[in-house]
Design a binder for this molecule. Structure first.
Ligand SMILES: [Zn+2]
Length: 249
């Protein structure tokens, strides 16, 4: 049995992977989260967290105020939350080449190539901090980054704009689609997935329509919105299972 966590800026989601099935254990406030109080037996721990890693070491966390203690005597795999989402996307869509975008407080990007998470020199997939023009300040300290125009902290009343459908008319949405289309040209993924508390509620057909306008017709990735608040936690448990070779759990 593998415990999967998704540690976000506000919430921490917890699932248990057991015999190939996921059991949702709940959502906790990150500021109060205490791993030692999760009262289940588990063989390993997988953690997805909004932190940049290089060679397994955290090197930045623009959207996270507190990292809870993850001390455990069990084997543990900790990875960027968008990587976990991409890994879950590959599992769910049964595709080997996947580009994934998570939109919540910030924008995360995960890449799966031939079934494996692609990390580059450690930080691959940070479309949220790609320069899209302008001078708006980003939380990472830069300016003109995509995340400064689109996502939870950049767009006021984003939930309301999602509900009313006006989000699709924002400059931020257009910039987001341009950035995704550029990533598609670079990676030629079979499927592009969208998740996170905002991204998971975008309309698949409107995303597909806007992005398809920007790429040559021969590129025909599938577009999938994955509306599952536990997708990162599930991906983290799968990543722990596969990287620790606990295949039969
Ligand atoms: Zn930035």
């Amino acid at each position: 049995m593998i415990l999967g966590l998704d540690i976000g800026g506000t919430n921490t989601d917890v699932v248990l992977l057991k015999d190939g099935y996921f059991e949702v254990l709940g959502t906790f406030k990150t500021r109060d989260f205490d791993l030692s109080k999760i009262n289940v037996d588990y063989d390993a721990l997988g953690v997805g967290i909004a932190v940049w890693f290089r060679n397994g070491k955290p090197v930045g966390a623009p959207n996270l105020e507190r990292i809870p203690s993850l001390v455990t005597n069990k084997p543990k795999v900790v990875d960027n939350d968008a990587n976990c989402f991409a890994y879950y996307s590959a599992y769910l869509t049964k595709k080997k080449n996947v580009l994934s975008l998570t939109i919540g407080t910030g924008i995360g990007t995960g890449i799966v190539i031939e079934g494996e998470v692609y990390r580059g020199d450690g930080l691959a997939g940070e479309l949220g901090h790609a320069f899209v023009g302008g001078r708006r300040k980003c939380k990472c300290g830069g300016c003109g980054h995509l995340e400064a125009y689109f996502g939870g902290w950049a767009i006021r009343d984003i939930k309301e704009k999602l509900d009313k459908g006006t989000i699709y008319q924002t400059k931020g949405f257009k910039l987001f689609c341009i950035a995704v289309s550029n990533a598609i040209m670079l990676l030629n993924p079979e499927v592009v997935t969208f998740g996170g508390r905002i991204g998971g509620r975008l309309k698949e057909d409107l995303l597909a329509e806007e992005i398809s306008k920007l790429i040559p017709e021969v590129f025909k990735p599938e577009f999938r919105v994955i509306e599952d608040d536990y997708a990162v936690a599930k991906g983290a448990s799968l990543l722990a299972r596969d990287s620790l070779q606990l295949k039969n759990r």
